[in-house]
Design a binder for this molecule. Sequence first.
Ligand code: SF4
Length: 353
Amino acid sequence: MKKQTPPFSAAVLAWYDAHARSMPWRAAQGARPDPYAVWLSEIMLQQTTVVVVGPYFEKFLAAWPNVEALAAASLDDVLRAWAGLGYYSRARNLKACADLIVAELGGKFPEEEEALRALPGIGPYTSAAIASIAFDRQANVVDGNVERVMARYFAVRTPLPTAKPELRARAFELLPATRPGDYAQGLMDLGATVCTPRNPKCSACPVASSCLAAAQGIAAELPMRAPKAAKPLRRGAVFWVQRDDGAVLLRRRPARGLLGGMMEVPTGPWGEEALTTQDKRAHAPLDLEWELLPGSVRHTFTHFHLELEVYAVRAGRVGAVEGEWVEVSRLEDTALPSVMKKVVRHVLAGLDS
Ligand code: SF4
């Protein structure tokens, strides 16, 4: 523990007191935030922006105002409310974490990083953020904003991701013992609003007088990044079967893997090569005369682009088949991942035209 607040953190704290961003999950100045709200916002913010998360956070808090209410909710309701935020494993972990906290921890979040990290869906960054923001613990909270501030403040020219350990160590050196939770949020806000990726506003920055990148005139060039590998394209086929009564066949994806446990319009495997006619027959949910609809559905996941051919068929009487039949007008309310919502829109637009 440091005995004195170093000048860097003092400058960040003073700046934060004057310029803190207003966010729905933040407590008023001087008040202690609700750990449940901090945890919920941090899980939602993993891989998603503050602007996108705001309405989802408010919707969740209105439906489930505390961890007990979330634990009492059904997983399908939670997944449905989550639809659009992507990465559904986070929603499943959110629910598992709420269940565990209520069942085993008396509804109380642990205050230490290590104990937080043992919970579902909480990794090193999120445990540090919750310990710091909710419980004012001296934790090293390093997100992309903080990495950028460190790379510039210390003029680190090593490209990301190689520079990550060095940037973490630099951030650790600067951690104050005083108001660590406010400091963590202040540093993130500074990165998000002043030390921005493009056109950093050094003239408005509270640490400009000691910033090495500003002194050397290289702020906008940092942090350097190793060139990214292009995302590969995967292809697949999706099968839309609609009965005469209007119901559409959906089925649940396996619990493990991408979009695990989510409902889908039945699809075959996704691979680099387009499926052969024989493969398509083998993976179609029913042996029927499938019609290929014009166009395709494209969706981008973190590590690859996906292009789906869409096959459709109208069926009268259908025998037993894996999955469930959902009235087409209820598809909007079904917890479908974004890629499947695109499939639904594509088919309905094709059938309308
Ligand atoms: Fe970033 Fe400029 Fe502030 Fe340095 S002076 S931390 S480059 S905004």
